[in-house]
Write a protein that binds this ligand. Structure first.
Ligand SMILES: NC(=O)c1ccc[n+]([C@@H]2O[C@H](COP(=O)([O-])OP(=O)(O)OC[C@H]3O[C@@H](n4cnc5c(N)ncnc54)[C@H](OP(=O)(O)O)[C@@H]3O)[C@@H](O)[C@H]2O)c1
Length: 341
């Protein structure tokens, strides 16, 4: 055998791939017990895709909405009778074990972070365009918390032009999106006020919130009017006029969350917001999408110690259904993460 015959670590990893895996799948919409482990072939990466071996993924409210098909509008996009993509999971951290034709810049052995679909599985085929490299200084659980929730936080802070010296009110700051929004706003040099459940108040002050309020004791309407440059509404329960009145002239309300009605969800509220602008106070509805460059920026902040996601709980991949149930129950402070073991 000469040196050319010795398999590289990359090809050795490819050769070691099993034929099948046991991902979480659902064949109908419903509560977390619709999720079941099922044996399927390990996917083959297509053109411009890599195959990633799962290390960690966090659960997002979006996973739960698709799992339940709730609001009904979700079914128009994800499958009328049952979800077209049967696996849940959007965030992903793992190691590349194979690559399809046309992939440049990524190779087997690299640790990566992505926002994609069907990620609660031992192996996931992901377009290379969705990948960011995992810096050595960032642990996989931290990285797993960032793609959807972190992109949402960056998008809403950008939409509301939050910068050094801004005064920001985050309504519903204790969850996955809120804890990252508070940290990122404080990192930009904003003064951050936050409403949240009582359990989250101390956590949020530790993340940089100047003032926190238990939403069960203090209504948003009780907070100062004409005061904030930006209001980020994640809970989605406060009337639009009350949010708008918290702003000074020229400020913006970023609309992130809220369950809304069973059929259309938050859509009617978003449509009403288009006509609710008054006195230079405007509304900015935000839709989550994960962009590899934004995720890379978040990973850089984490590597520099400027962004530390709050991890509410971790579950092994073999118990991913319980992780979905924990987010479905909706009382988490920070993110729920699923790990390989
Ligand atoms: N627009 C987008 O692109 C986008 C992206 C991601 C998420 N979202 C939406 O954003 C919302 C939050 O997502 P998430 O993942 O951060 O949720 P989450 O992690 O489930 O947030 C739950 C947290 O919110 C707190 N909370 C509930 N009602 C509240 C209220 N009225 N005021 C203040 N705090 C309240 C809860 O506290 P207690 O436990 O004490 O009740 C809990 O700590 C969801 O509606 C989700 O669908 C939208």
């Amino acid at each position: 055998m000469n040196a050319n015959d010795i398999p590289s670590p990359a090809s050795a990893a490819e050769a070691a791939l099993p034929a099948t895996m046991i991902p979480w799948r659902q064949s109908r919409y419903g509560a977390p017990d619709v999720m079941a482990a099922e044996t399927v072939p390990v996917p083959t990466p297509g053109r411009d895709e890599v195959l990633v071996r799962f290390t960690a993924a966090s659960i997002n409210s979006g996973d739960v909405h698709i799992m339940r098909g709730d609001p009904r509008l979700v079914r128009l996009f994800f499958g009328l009778r049952r979800p077209r993509v049967r696996g849940r999971g959007i965030d992903l951290v793992g190691t590349i074990v194979a690559r399809g034709d046309g992939v440049d810049g990524f190779a087997p052995g690299q640790r990566v972070v992505a926002g994609w679909r069907d990620t609660l599985a031992e192996y996931v085929a992901v377009p290379a365009s969705r990948l960011s490299l995992l810096p050595d200084a960032v642990d996989p659980v931290t990285a797993a918390a960032l793609p959807v929730a972190g992109n949402t936080a960056v998008t809403v802070l950008d939409a509301c032009e939050v910068a050094a010296g801004s005064r920001v009110l985050v309504v519903g700051a204790g969850g996955g999106v809120g804890t990252l929004t508070v940290q990122l706003a404080a990192d930009r040099g904003a003064e951050v006020w936050a409403t949240c459940g009582a359990r989250a108040e101390e956590v949020l002050r530790g993340l940089g919130a100047a003032r926190t309020f238990d939403y069960r004791a203090v209504a948003v309407a009780d907070l100062p009017g004409d005061h904030f440059d930006a209001v980020v509404d994640i809970a989605g329960e406060t009337p639009l006029a009350v949010l708008r009145e918290r702003l000074r002239a020229g400020g913006a309300v970023g609309l992130v969350g809220g369950e809304g009605g069973r059929v259309l969800g938050p859509i009617p509220r978003i449509l009403r917001s288009m006509f609710a602008r008054r006195g230079g106070r405007r509304f900015r509805p935000v839709t989550a999408s994960t962009k590899a460059d934004v995720t890379a920026g978040l990973l850089d902040l984490a590597a520099a110690g400027r962004l530390t996601p709050v991890i509410a709980a971790t579950f092994p991949l073999t118990r991913a259904g319980e992780a979905l149930a924990a987010v479905d129950a909706g009382r988490t402070v920070g993110k729920v993460v699923v790990t390989r073991d």
